[in-house]
Design a protein around this ligand. Sequence first.
Ligand SMILES: *[C@@H]1O[C@H](CO)[C@@H](O)[C@H](O)[C@H]1NC(C)=O
Ligand SMILES: *[C@@H]1O[C@H](CO)[C@@H](O)[C@H](O)[C@H]1NC(C)=O
Ligand SMILES: *[C@@H]1O[C@H](CO)[C@@H](O)[C@H](O)[C@H]1NC(C)=O
Ligand SMILES: *[C@@H]1O[C@H](CO)[C@@H](O)[C@H](O)[C@H]1NC(C)=O
Ligand SMILES: *[C@@H]1O[C@H](CO)[C@@H](O)[C@H](O)[C@H]1NC(C)=O
Ligand SMILES: *[C@@H]1O[C@H](CO)[C@@H](O)[C@H](O)[C@H]1NC(C)=O
Ligand SMILES: *[C@@H]1O[C@H](CO)[C@@H](O)[C@H](O)[C@H]1NC(C)=O
Ligand SMILES: *[C@@H]1O[C@H](CO)[C@@H](O)[C@H](O)[C@H]1NC(C)=O
Length: 276
Amino acid sequence: MSSSASFIFLFLISFLTSFREASAQDPTYIYHTCPNTTTFTRNSTYFANLRALLSSFTSRNASYSTGFQNATVGQAPERVTGLFNCRGDVSLEVCRSCVEFSVNETFTRCPNERDVTLYYDQCILRYSNRNILSTLNTDGGIILYNTQNVTSNQERFKDLLLSTLSQAATEAAGSSRKFDGRKANLTTFQTLYGFVQCTPDLTRQECLRCLQQTINGLPTDKIGGRLVVPSCSSRYELYPFYNESAITVPSPPPTPPPVSAPPRREYSICYLCAIV
Ligand SMILES: *[C@@H]1O[C@H](CO)[C@@H](O)[C@H](O)[C@H]1NC(C)=O
Ligand SMILES: *[C@@H]1O[C@H](CO)[C@@H](O)[C@H](O)[C@H]1NC(C)=O
Ligand SMILES: *[C@@H]1O[C@H](CO)[C@@H](O)[C@H](O)[C@H]1NC(C)=O
Ligand SMILES: *[C@@H]1O[C@H](CO)[C@@H](O)[C@H](O)[C@H]1NC(C)=O
Ligand SMILES: *[C@@H]1O[C@H](CO)[C@@H](O)[C@H](O)[C@H]1NC(C)=O
Ligand SMILES: *[C@@H]1O[C@H](CO)[C@@H](O)[C@H](O)[C@H]1NC(C)=O
Ligand SMILES: *[C@@H]1O[C@H](CO)[C@@H](O)[C@H](O)[C@H]1NC(C)=O
Ligand SMILES: *[C@@H]1O[C@H](CO)[C@@H](O)[C@H](O)[C@H]1NC(C)=O
């Protein structure tokens, strides 16, 4: 793993939820980074360029149907380069609402920083004065995990998790939209779900490298976890957290839904962040 990769681990504040992701809800905020080492003022050309960039992301012809858009506005050193990328399984409407929401939130979370990444469950928004397009970036991400441990067949769980996610990574890296979701039978009663995605401006090799890094950084002793970095993300759970019907999975028909209530999610959110 690259030594420059600083993943931030999460502690504290477990919240228990058992809602199903509804399409009409606000996007779920995960995390953001915007180092205050490079800033702009409201009367600057950078701010004007940034506003133009963000309004292209919320314009009528923004490419929510492909879930990805990039843009560059202005000339260096006041040039802004940015992108949005929606999770591969979400609908055009969910993508639009996530991008609009993130554009609305960005000046609240990062009022005058030039280099910004906002992570939501359904999309990411990035912009910078650097050229971030077609550039692998695995710095400053975050790990979220379910605090519940895997209690039986730990070795089998780990093997199945890593093999499922690396198959997904290979498939995603070779595809044009650079994502893949797939599942595997853990036991007769339990299914493991995995989902990986890169921003589609990366090459196959860069995407694979990014995903290998995020997969290797995941905990393998928890019943759910994810690692998101600017260029890609990897996630697994024991429940279907993505829309299976929106993904063409080369696997047999789904197993019957569990009779019991959906698993409770117990996530930790970052307050005391230890940089590794
Ligand atoms: C930048 O952030 C650091 C840590 O969050 C803070 O201590 C510092 O005062 C900030 N600098 C400016 C110029 O806002
Ligand atoms: C922007 O405004 C600040 C004060 O608010 C001023 O110091 C600065 O010179 C202005 N910059 C430009 C480019 O007008
Ligand atoms: C949307 O339209 C505007 C002008 O009508 C154009 O400048 C922009 O490039 C278009 N964006 C996309 C993603 O097609
Ligand atoms: C956006 O990315 C495409 C390829 O994905 C590239 O052809 C295009 O030039 C980029 N647009 C901007 C404005 O950088
Ligand atoms: C963004 O803000 C505008 C104006 O404040 C508001 O009309 C719009 O509904 C907001 N969009 C979202 C998705 O929150
Ligand atoms: C999970 O296992 C670790 C040690 O392996 C332990 O410290 C932790 O308390 C366990 N978590 C739960 C929720 O049981
Ligand atoms: C998972 O189990 C179901 C039912 O037991 C079976 O039909 C399906 O083929 C299995 N899936 C995989 C990927 O092995
Ligand atoms: C899942 O995806 C399918 C196919 O794109 C779509 O018809 C369906 O409405 C989606 N379901 C949800 C809950 O978003």
